[in-house]
Write a protein that binds this ligand. Structure first.
Ligand SMILES: *Cc1c(COP(=O)(O)O)cnc(C)c1O
Length: 387
C-alpha cells in the first residue's frame, strides 16, 4: 500500500484530502512525493507563518527541544512566561491562558465569560451572542458557538447558551439583549471559514458601544486573523476595538499546536486555582516557537503584509473570472465565476496550493512570502479563474 491508500484505510474519514502527499519544503515552496514543487498559498490554513522548515523557526524549536520539551504546568518554564509577557505587552491585555488549539482557546474564553457574568451579573446571564456564518471550532461547545446550522445537525444536543445574530444587524442583537440576559458577544472581525467576510467599521463601532453600555464582554476570536495575518498583530486593531477577551491559535507558533486566550484587566482575576487547565498547554517547545514567530512580527513585517495584500487585491480586481476580492493583509477571498473547487484544482495542477472557504478561493500565504513567488502564484490563479 502506498501512503494515500494507507491513510484512506486507517485514518477516520473526516478529511477530503487533496490528492497530494507533501514530503518536504522550504519557506513558501513545498514538494510532493513525485518531486513536484508548489507555491504554498495556504500555509496549512494560516499556520506556518514563516513557511515550511524556516531556518530561524527550526533553530528556536530545536534549541528548546534540546533543553526541555515538556514539564507540565506544575513547574515554571521560561518560554511560557516570556511568551505571556510578550502577548500582554503587545496587546495591553493582563493575563494569558495557554492551550493547544483554536477550539480550546475559545473554550477558555467561553468559560471566563460565563464565570465573570455569573459572578458580576447573576447566574441567568450565561448566553453568549455569536454571529451567523461564524466558525469557532469543533468541540461541542465551540460548535454551539459556531453560527452555521449544518455543523450542528448530527451532534445534538449541543451546549446550551448561545444565540446567533446576523453580522451587521444591530437591531437583531438589541432585540436579543432585550429578551435574554447576555454574558458576552463573540465575533470574528473577518469570518474566515465563513468566506473571508470582514465586519464593517460601523458595525464594529456600534458593537463596541453596545457592549460598553450594557456591561457585556466583547470576545474576539483571532484564531485565524491573529498574529500578523491581516497586517496588524490582531485584526481587532484595524477596528479600534477594545476586547475583554481575545482567543488565538493557528499561526501563533508557526506550525506547532498552541492556543492562547488573552484576558483584559476586567477579567484577569476570574480564573482561580483549578478553574481550568491543560496538560500540554504552554508547552515550552511550542512557546519557544511562538516567541520566535512574534519576535519577527514587527512593524516592518506588518507593513509588508499590508503592502503584499494590497498588491494581490489590485492584481485580482477586475481580472477575468474574478467577481470580487475580500479580506485584509494576507487573508484574502476571491469570488470566482467558476466554482472555487475547480479553480483550486487547476491551480494545484499548475503548481500553486490554494484553499477554499464556502464559495470563495481563500489565500493565506506565509507572512514573508517573497514578492517573486507571490507574482508567480497570482499569475497561475488568474489563469485558472479565467481559463
Ligand atoms: C480554525 C479556527 C478555529 C478552530 O481552531 P482549531 O485549532 O482547529 O481548534 C476557531 N476559530 C476560528 C476563527 C478558526 O479559523
Amino acid at each position: 500500500m502506498n501512503i494515500k491508500q494507507t491513510d484512506k484505510q486507517y485514518i477516520a474519514g473526516t478529511y477530503n484530502r487533496f490528492p497530494v502527499e507533501i514530503v518536504s519544503g522550504k519557506g513558501s515552496l513545498v514538494v510532493d512525493e513525485n518531486g513536484k514543487e508548489y507555491i504554498d498559498m495556504g500555509s496549512g490554513i494560516a499556520v506556518t507563518s514563516f513557511g515550511v522548515a524556516d531556518e530561524k523557526w527550526v533553530e528556536a524549536v530545536a534549541a528548546q527541544a534540546g533543553k526541555v520539551q515538556h514539564m507540565s504546568n506544575l513547574y515554571y518554564t521560561e518560554p511560557c512566561a516570556l511568551l505571556a509577557r510578550e502577548l500582554c505587552e503587545r496587546t495591553g491585555m493582563a493575563k494569558v491562558f495557554f492551550s493547544n488549539s483554536g477550539a480550546e482557546a475559545n473554550e477558555c474564553a467561553i468559560k471566563v465569560a460565563r464565570k465573570w457574568a455569573a459572578e458580576k451579573k447573576g447566574p441567568e446571564h450565561f448566553t453568549i451572542a455569536t454571529l451567523k456564518n461564524s466558525f469557532h471550532g469543533r468541540t461541542l461547545t465551540t460548535l454551539a458557538a459556531t453560527g452555521q446550522e449544518h455543523y450542528h445537525e448530527l451532534f445534538q444536543p449541543l451546549t446550551p447558551g448561545f444565540a446567533h445574530v446576523e453580522a451587521g444587524n444591530m437591531a437583531e442583537l438589541e432585540a436579543l439583549a432585550a429578551s435574554t440576559p447576555l454574558a458576552a458577544v463573540m465575533i470574528e472581525c473577518i469570518q474566515g471559514e465563513g468566506g473571508v467576510l470582514p465586519i464593517s467599521r460601523e458595525y464594529a463601532e456600534a458593537l463596541s458601544r453596545f457592549v460598553k453600555e450594557r456591561d457585556i464582554l466583547l470576545v474576539v476570536d483571532e484564531v485565524q486573523t491573529g498574529n500578523g495575518r491581516t497586517g496588524r498583530l490582531y485584526s481587532y486593531m484595524h477596528y479600534g476595538l477594545e476586547p475583554d477577551i481575545v482567543s488565538t491559535a493557528k499561526g501563533l507558533a508557526g506550525g506547532l499546536p498552541l492556543g492562547a486566550t488573552l484576558l483584559s484587566g476586567k477579567v484577569q482575576g476570574i480564573l482561580g486555582f483549578g478553574d481550568h487547565g491543560s496538560t500540554f498547554g504552554g508547552n515550552p517547545v511550542c512557546c519557544a516557537a511562538a516567541l520566535s514567530v512574534l519576535g519577527r512580527i514587527d512593524e516592518d513585517l506588518l507593513g509588508q503584509v499590508r503592502a503584499k495584500g494590497e498588491w494581490l487585491k489590485a492584481a485580482f480586481q477586475g481580472a477575468e473570472g474574478i467577481e470580487g476580492v475580500t479580506g485584509l493583509g494576507l487573508m484574502l477571498g476571491l469570488k470566482t465565476t467558476k466554482p472555487a473547487g475547480e479553480v483550486v484544482a487547476k491551480c494545484m495542477e499548475n503548481g500553486v496550493l490554494c484553499l477554499t472557504a464556502k464559495d470563495k478561493v481563500r489565500l493565506l500565504p506565509a507572512l514573508n512570502i517573497p514578492m517573486e513567488l507571490l507574482e508567480k502564484a497570482a499569475a497561475v490563479i488568474k489563469a485558472a479563474c479565467a481559463g
